[in-house]
Design a protein around this ligand. Structure first.
Ligand SMILES: [Zn+2]
Ligand SMILES: [Zn+2]
Length: 371
């Protein structure tokens, strides 16, 4: 099969021929149709300090994907050949204290698809049945996915709900957005999102869906702030030129934001967020900082702020929430799908990585169907 491959430690990737993976008894083999390019993949390409510490080379990277099941192991019972699926890239041990308590996103021995084991930048990927997420439309056995809408249209009833291959490719980062946005109740709250990258943008659409009052999103990239305006935010603020204090005045806010979602990892984002929170405000942190961040912990203490780190997705409550949200709210579905700004053939993968690294657009998806 064709795969994007890192043969050894060091920078670079090559599109080359690799042996097709074989599923074990409890595993599923998937023909990959589409993959998302993540910040993690850019680190892997460049081979920075993070990649050198965390990566097991040789490796096929890629952890955000959508595809069709082509083979299942003998012990697999809930996934069938022909199902259209995405997958949870965190493979957990099932035996540590958190796993046994059902808190699998807190597993202390998580192994990541496309980081510690071969991933989805390939024609085929294999993963455990328990990590496969079957998209709802595919459970309609006997109804071909592509023909489904047309066939139903001939009679009565609404068009069957479908997740497109492009949207299916970004379920992993959408899960990060949903996990972060739903960390605290949002109904009627004033919400500040720092960072309008793909996950921050999707989080804005989720916050609107979840009933927030004011939603303010910040960035320094004009194209990303432009994208943010179509997510249903009240204000998309360029923090290179405007302070959040002034933004509060513009919105008629007097006491500060109730909920903060830090999606950038930028060293100035969290301190300015903390300066603009109401007393008792709650902050969910997804953006990974590169180094130390100067936080006024006196303010955290006296204002009784809550800081909550977020990693990955809850298995599988976040996946249920994502699917239900997309199916029940067409506007949120449209907004979230519009975060995908580039769909590029996989053989032009390097152009895709450049687009993802430019930080000027939304999400970049590689198409593996026609190699
Ligand atoms: Zn990712
Ligand atoms: Zn575990």
């Amino acid at each position: 099969m064709k795969a994007l491959y890192k043969a050894a430690a060091g920078a670079g990737l090559e599109l080359t021929d690799r042996p097709e993976p074989t599923p074990g008894p409890g595993e599923v083999k998937i023909r990959v149709h589409t993959t998302g390019i993540c910040g993690t993949d850019l680190h892997i390409l460049q081979w920075d300090a993070w990649a050198a510490r965390n990566l097991s080379a040789p490796l096929i990277p890629g952890h955000e994907f959508y595809g069709e099941v082509v083979e299942v192991g003998a012990a697999v019972t809930t996934v069938a050949v022909g199902d259209r699926v995405s997958g949870e890239g965190h493979i957990v041990c099932g035996l540590c204290r958190n796993c046994r308590a059902g808190r699998r996103h807190l597993c202390i021995q998580t192994s990541s698809v496309g980081v510690q084991r071969d991933g989805a930048f390939a024609e085929f990927v294999v993963m455990p049945e328990s990590n496969v997420w079957v998209h709802r439309a595919c459970r309609r056995k006997g109804v071909p996915l592509a023909a489904g809408a047309g066939a139903a249209g001939a009679g009565a009833g609404p068009e069957p709900y479908q997740v497109s291959p492009e949207l299916g490719a970004v379920f992993d980062p959408l899960g990060n957005a949903v996990h972060t946005a739903l960390a605290f109740p949002l109904v009627s709250e004033d919400v500040l999102i720092t960072g309008a990258g793909p996950i921050g943008l999707m989080a804005a659409a989720v916050a609107r869906h979840a009933g927030a009052r004011h939603i303010v999103i910040t960035d320094v990239s004009a194209p990303r702030l432009k994208l943010a305006e179509s997510m249903g935010v009240d204000l998309a603020v360029n923090v290179a030129t405007e302070r959040l204090r002034d933004v509060q005045v513009r919105l008629g806010m007097r006491e500060g934001f109730d909920v903060g979602l830090e999606m950038s990892g930028h060293p100035s984002a969290l301190p300015e967020m903390i300066d603009n929170m109401n007393h008792g405000g709650r902050i969910a942190l997804l953006g990974l900082p590169h180094g130390d961040i100067g936080v006024d912990f006196g303010r955290v203490v006296t204002h009784m702020l809550t800081l909550q780190g977020i990693y990955g997705r809850q298995m599988f409550e976040t996946w249920y929430a994502m699917s239900a949200l997309l199916e029940s709210d067409r506007e949120a579905h449209r907004r979230i799908e519009s975060v995908i700004t580039d769909v590029i053939p996989a053989r032009e993968w390097s152009r895709g990585f450049e687009a993802a690294a430019s930080a000027s657009g939304g999400k970049v998806v590689l198409d593996w169907r026609d190699l």
